[in-house]
Write a protein that binds this ligand. Sequence first.
Ligand SMILES: Nc1nc2c(ncn2[C@@H]2O[C@H](COP(=O)(O)OP(=O)(O)OP(=O)(O)O)[C@@H](O)[C@H]2O)c(=O)[nH]1
Length: 354
Amino acid sequence: MTLPVATLLKVDARRSGLRFARRVYLPRIVGMGFSFIFVVWSLADTPSNWLIGLLFINGFIWPHLAYWSAINTKDPMRSEQRNLLLDAVFGGVWIALMGLNALPSTLLAAMMGMNNIAANGTKFFFRGLMLQLAAIALTVLLLQPTINFATSPQQVYFCLPMLFFYPIFLGQVIYRTAIKLAQHKHKLIEISTHDGMTGVYNRRHWEHLLHNEYDNCQRYQHIATLLLIDLDHFKTINDTWGHDLGDQALLRVTEELRLRLRTSDIIGRFGGDEFAVIMPGTSSDKAIQAISRVRDNLHLPGKGQAPTITIHISVGVAEFSPKMNNYRDWLKAADVALYRAKNAGRSRTEVAKS
Ligand SMILES: Nc1nc2c(ncn2[C@@H]2O[C@H](COP(=O)(O)OP(=O)(O)OP(=O)(O)O)[C@@H](O)[C@H]2O)c(=O)[nH]1
């Protein structure tokens, strides 16, 4: 069953939201845990037991609660963004209750700012900052903690674990994300330049490589030969033995091309049952010899009811000529030669007339 595009997009949005929640989870556990240590020692007034309890909940239980609530909603991304803004509000309350103590307050605001900017960019960072400032102002107004900017040496020591470990930890998270992004980029390049089924270059990228080869040949007077290869009566293979066997035949041709040609030869799938090869530094005579080696080995072993099948191919060959105006002329020459091979009875190689 194929899902409608809208449903697929929703599934995908939820997945990326879940990934986001997972990415934020560990930094929150680490950040909140370290924050507990220095906030508890920096509170401006002697804290009551319930205040310590609240700090404990914020430090050690809230990260799990936030994650759990995010992954159990329809839109984890939005839910996690809400949680990050709540972090900023909680941070504002603790900053006020520390009497705006310079070092721990800056440290707490920096940690939350770092998380917000890393997760959602500058605009989100400012939203968090505004909420944090509002929470500070409201707490100062309502609870009137003793304001004391000075940080004692003891409070400095309790800030040190956070100061040292948190940036290193966050650096590692960012490094891992960068590696993942690089892997995704590599995958995307692979997908956009290769044919999904056979793994050889797709037409668009192959033509781009042909263009490069044409320029090289023109500039440096190199020789190169272009081959267009088309399977004969491929429709009959599909119609008689099914598409699966047709696919096997295409894979077999790819395998032979890879096995018998040089690694410097550039193989592409041009369309359904048509392949193309650029052979740099190769004359048309040598190219014909190479393709006849491929032709001699194009057998598809029998499977189930299907007997061993010999795959026949028609080939158009065109050697580069400086008279060609652009790479399309080169392609056209090979295409005309292929057309002649088909018309002359198939299973043969024709060379473009120069
Ligand atoms: N199994 C399979 N078949 C494909 C694929 N792509 C295209 N085809 C089929 O390839 C066949 C190509 O048919 P035609 O262009 O008529 O070529 P042909 O039957 O080889 O005939 P000639 O080239 O004239 O010898 C069509 O039946 C397409 O459906 C594919 O990826 N897998």
